[in-house]
Design a protein. Sequence first.
Length: 332
Amino acid sequence: MKSQRRQRRALSEASLSFLDVISCGFGAIVLLLIIARTGDPAVPEETESQLLDSVTSLQQRLFEIRGESATLEQQLKSRKQQLSELEERVARLREKLASVDRQSQQVSLSQAREREQLQLVLQVLTEEMQRLAPTSELKNQLIGGIPVDSDYIIFVIDSSGSMQSAAWNKLKREMLNILDIYPQVQGIQVLNDMGNYMFANYRGRWMADTPEMREQIITRLNSWAPFSNSSPVEGISAAIKTFYRPARKISIYTLGDDFQGSSIRRVVKAVDGLNRANRGERLVRIHTIGFPVHFPPGGTPSSSAIRFAALMRELSYNNGGTFIGLNSLRPE
């Protein structure tokens, strides 16, 4: 009996020990679960869902911002291109404005020069008209304002290209007119403004005044074209030095259109020194016929034509002659 009771007591104690171990194990598991997840299991799921929604929204917003940024960059690029084009237009307009200013200054200077030239022409013409005005007493016989008291005549002709191309037919007509006012002279000679002779076989001597010789002179003009420097000083000097003799009454007729020399005053001074006798009288008369080759209708005459008019007016005036400026190139 005692042994049975002892066995039963042993079994009962063993069962209780096993239950204690199992209880402790479950308690430990529960404790671990409590420590691992203290909150409501539904809360993390909701938080994760919210986080996912926020990430999705932010990604969508990021995509929108990137699209707006691309659009803004394109607009900025377009604005920069427009700004560059506007700057180029401003630069071109400034260049045009500067060009207009320069042209305006050039026009102003040109107008000032034209006014000076026109004033000079007006002065020359006014003085010449005063000289040609009729007076009550004439010391010499005048035809068209030209004294025709000479026994010898010398033509000094500007044979430059401008005269050859534009005024040659008119020059022939004027030479005939000059010859017509001298029915008979004792000698004729023709030089160009460089002192070259029209007829080399008459170099240094007079040609006889005959109808045949006058005709030969006009005919020879058709092919006579020696070099010219458009300055009459050489021809006038050669004529005076070669043909002047005491008691000879000589008239030199200078025919030209412009003066390309360097100094008007130097030419006037040289001719004055050469054509002055002991008592201050002139050895020969110097007349001038000016051809309007460089006087365009309605335009401004060239400076070389103005200088020719000023030079020859003074030479003619100082040397007992007449300056006549033609107003047309038609061989009437």
